[in-house]
Design a protein around this ligand. Structure first.
Ligand code: C2E
Ligand code: CA
Ligand code: CA
Length: 587
């Protein structure tokens, strides 16, 4: 009951006491008091009728007064009570109409204030529930209902800060890409939901589970809760999924492979823990698919090596010390240079590592996008220098990793900078691999590639045949070029299968109107075989290693489009005219 209601409850009660004479015989004075008391009640009702709750309180008070007080009052001499009541009424009426108006005003204010407070409370409650809904949306994965990557990272950071020992297990579905590609995305979704459903029930058993994206899941288990290991967890999940399949035939046959790491003994910060679990999981994929591997000392060497690469890479990125070399792309039929591939070169600190490894570590350690941006900057500067200093404009291509495909706005900013520099997108081709396109968690990537093509750039599918992809990719992706990986070209002379695959791809390319480029041609015999098979383009050490700008410009002047047909284009020919071009060497 609010204060104002309590007051009127009291007023009603007192007025009821004033009507006690009703219990006795009605003589003149008692009748008068009764009339006054009833009139008082009516005045009070009139005063409070606009506020039903207040009126109700006063009537209840009055009723209670009648019901409870009269028996008590009977024992008190009537004239004492009559005197008190009269005095009360005199005071009340004495205060008069002015006071009544004030009272009414006060009451209105009180009621309005109460209503405003109620309304405010309702608004706060609505906002609060909207906030909770938004938070849960932002922290929940739509498909599986599990906590998402964001909530997982928050939880991981909190646990590290609390210094409580825990295990972290990364899990994913084996050959998930094949399920999606072969059985369709609906079945892929069923598989993800099944794993999500099982992990959602593992809270009690194994700890906190989340979906990190794609087919990647993670479980964090507090270690003193029964010391469950990651291996138990993965076995448990695989078993439950097997059970589920017997009742739901929509779920395809799947297995889960995991990798675990332990805090604090393996690593003591978020990125090292994730890297360690990832490393263990990757090793498990190779050696025990469908099982789990704990991160261990024998993986430490790889881990340390990656950390050293990441450190050197960070420094190189900060100093922007990355340069571009161009490897000529040869038109085998016309016998001349008709383009080039831009390849990155890093400073001395990274000399001991292959570029493949450097780019792989960059992606794993979250440096992929920034490195891609740096590559595109260096590529732009190199193209401008070729044009302005060496008067060379010819088609070139640049390699991009999967990382920047996940940050389209950053990619398009860089692509637009190329256009703003006056470089023609028609002369720029972007090389991507199947893994970059179909790797973990890539969503809407085909639309992104279409947008790149709409800007006027073209796309090449790099390292074709090594990504474990399918021929369907050739149909689905808006590509203008397929690069046959060196592993097919080397050995094509002796291996019938490789030879057959290359010749099939050349025919496929002709049928699709797509350029086919054979990579890694090292011998004249290979070049001749490719030429006789009808291959148009090739790259390889036979003609040139990737060259720094000025040497590449020399090469183009000797063998470029303006030189005319030179079917015998070979390093010997180059060396006869410019000896330093012979196997120009890695820059
Ligand atoms: P890739 O794109 O397939 O580039 C071709 C690689 O093969 C180059 O190695 C090139 O030097 C080498 N190569 C060319 N012809 C021959 C040959 O006849 N024999 C042999 N043995 N090798 C040959 P490089 O420059 O070390 O690059 C290796 C890989 O690193 C590249 O493979 C590419 O995947 C990656 N990479 C290089 N630069 C970049 C870049 O700027 N961005 C990205 N994302 N990746 C890059
Ligand atoms: Ca390439
Ligand atoms: Ca390649």
């Amino acid at each position: 009951m609010r204060r104002i209601e309590r007051i009127f409850f009291g007023v009603g009660f007192v007025w009821a006491m004033a009507s006690w004479p009703l219990a006795e015989a009605l003589d003149g004075l008692r009748l008068l008091l009764t009339v006054v008391s009833v009139a008082g009640l009516l005045v009070m009702a009139n005063t409070t009728c606009f506020a039903p709750r207040v009126f109700r309180a006063s009537v209840i008070g009055f009723g209670l007064g009648i019901g409870l007080a009269i028996p008590a009052i009977k024992t008190i001499p009537w004239y004492v009570l009559a005197g008190a009541t009269t005095a009360f009424l005199i005071v009340v009426t004495g205060v008069g109409a002015g006071t009544a108006r004030q009272l009414i005003h006060m009451l209105r204010m009180q009621v309005e204030r109460d209503e405003a407070i109620e309304c405010q409370k309702r608004t706060i409650a609505a906002l609060d529930s909207a906030r909770r809904a938004a938070t849960s949306l932002a922290e929940t994965d739509n498909l599986t209902g599990l906590p998402n990557r964001f909530l997982f990272m928050t939880k991981l950071d909190a646990l590290i800060a609390s210094e409580e020992p825990f295990s972290l297990t990364l899990l994913d579905i084996d050959l998930f890409k094949n399920i999606n590609d072969g059985l369709g995305h609906n079945i892929g979704d069923e598989a993800l939901k099944a794993v999500g459903g099982v992990l959602a029930t593992c809270e009690e058993q194994h700890g906190f589970a989340a979906r990190l994206g794609g087919d990647e899941f993670a479980v964090i288990a507090i270690r003193n809760r029964g010391e469950k290991s990651g291996t138990d967890c993965v076995a448990w999940v695989n078993e439950r999924i097997g059970d589920l399949r017997t009742s739901n035939l929509k779920i395809p046959s799947i297995s889960i492979t995991g990798g675990s790491t332990y805090f604090p003994q393996d690593a003591n910060n978020r990125s090292d823990l994730l890297a360690a679990a990832d490393m263990a999981q990757r090793e498990a994929k190779k050696t025990r698919r469908g099982g789990n591997l704990d991160y261990s000392a024998n993986l430490t060497d790889t881990f340390r090596r990656e950390t050293r690469i990441a450190q050197a890479l960070n420094e190189a990125i900060a100093a922007r010390s990355l340069s571009i070399c161009f490897q000529p792309k040869i038109n085998l039929q016309a016998g001349r240079v008709e383009g080039a591939e831009a390849l990155s070169r890093f400073p001395e600190s990274l000399a001991g590592y292959s570029l493949d490894e450097i780019f792989e570590v960059a992606e794993k350690r979250g440096l992929g996008t920034i490195l891609d941006e740096l590559v595109l900057d260096a590529y732009r500067e190199a193209l401008v220098a070729l044009r302005d200093e060496f008067s060379i404009s010819l088609p070139t291509s640049v390699n991009l990793s999967g990382a920047i495909l996940k940050a389209p706005e950053r990619l398009f900013a860089k692509l637009n900078m190329l256009i703003a520099e006056g470089l023609s997108p028609a002369l720029i081709r972007i090389e991507i691999t199947e893994n970059a396109v179909y790797g973990r968690g890539q969503i809407g990537v085909i639309k992104l590639l279409d947008d790149i093509v709409k800007l006027g750039f073209s796309l090449a599918l790099d390292d074709f045949g090594t990504g474990g992809g399918t021929l369907l990719h050739l149909v689905n992706l808006p590509i203008s070029e397929i690069k046959i990986d060196r592993s097919f070209v080397s050995g094509m002379l002796t291996d019938r299968n490789k030879n057959a695959i290359i010749s099939g791809l050349i025919v496929t390319g002709q049928g699709m109107g797509v350029d086919i480029v054979a990579e890694g041609v090292e011998t004249e015999k290979e070049a001749n075989r490719l030429r006789s098979m009808g291959a148009r383009f090739a790259q390889g050490f036979l003609w040139s290693k990737p060259l720094p700008l000025s040497r590449f410009a020399d090469f183009v002047r000797l063998f470029g489009p303006g030189v005319g047909n030179n079917p015998a284009i070979r390093p010997e020919a180059a060396s006869a005219r410019r000896p330093e071009l012979r196997f120009a060497g890695r820059a």
